[in-house]
Design a protein around this ligand. Structure first.
Ligand code: PGA
Length: 257
């Protein structure tokens, strides 16, 4: 292991949850996470209607909460959008930006994802910038070109100091929700490429946390998190069950030891 960086495990609930069901999940995660060592950080990115509930149940615990998207605008006539500043009103720490589901279903361009990242940073949030290639792109050998373009569009808008405050999540589109995980060495190779790109932005940026996402489960998390440039995970399906999510958090702790 080449690094002293902290580990970070963030749940991405996507469009799941109900007030009645969230309470148990949030309290169980808060209780379980309290037993982790402090260089394992934990977050959950919930749908916006559940931010107040997350703040009420996670406030004072070690678990931070976040949103799954933010507007590129600070405010104004943008029906349906949520500004980063509004999330801040609910004590939010993390903002996922550029998730592949938003790039695909909402046609978010690399430039728009860059603008959202900048807005999140300016509001005081930690953006989790998602990058990833489709199966076709991987098979045609375009992985580095695709994720390089996605990351460059973000870094181009940020100062070195701002860039040092982002988290990057590598999520191969073919691994999300499919049960197909990238092999740990395959993921590590992409993370090493991303690490080099961050380093090019400046020495301070080289230690930005790099998460892997895409069918991370309790039984594969440990091996993934043991890779030198994988600093944790962005967890979809398995973040909806406290037992699985906490097992993944403990795998991050094991990888640190
Ligand atoms: P998954 O989702 O863990 O269900 O594959 C990950 C994500 O989309 O962030």
């Amino acid at each position: 292991m080449s690094t002293q960086r902290a580990k970070l495990v963030v749940g991405n609930w996507k469009m799941h949850g109900r007030i009645s069901e969230n309470a148990a999940l949030l309290t169980e995660v808060a209780a379980g996470a309290s037993a982790l060592q402090k260089d394992v950080r934990v977050g959950v990115c919930v749908p916006c209607p559940y931010l107040a509930q997350s703040q009420a149940l996670l406030g004072g615990s070690v678990v931070k909460w976040g949103v799954q998207d933010v507007s590129a605008h600070a405010g104004g006539a943008y029906t349906g959008e949520v500004a980063a500043e509004m999330a801040v009103d609910f004590g939010v720490t993390y903002a996922i930006v550029g998730h592949s589901e938003r790039r695909a279903y909402h046609r978010e361009s690399p430039e728009l994802v860059g603008a959202k990242t900048l807005r999140a940073l300016e509001a005081g949030l930690t953006p989790i910038v998602c990058v990833g290639e489709t199966l076709e792109e991987r098979e045609s050998g375009a992985t580095e070109q695709v994720i390089g373009t996605q990351l460059d569009a973000v870094l181009a808008l940020l100062s070195e100091e701002q860039a040092a405050g982002i988290v990057v999540a590598y999520e191969p589109v073919w691994a999300i929700g499919t049960g197909k995980t990238a092999q740990p060495e395959q993921a590590q190779a992409v993370h090493a490429f991303l690490r080099r790109k961050l380093q090019e932005k400046g020495a301070a940026v080289a230690n930005a946390l790099l998460l892997y996402g895409g069918s991370v489960k309790p039984d594969n998390a440990r091996e993934l998190f043991a890779q030198g440039d994988i600093d944790g995970g962005l967890i979809g399906g398995a973040s909806l069950k406290s037992k699985d999510f906490l097992a993944i958090c403990r795998a991050a702790q094991t990888a640190l030891q």
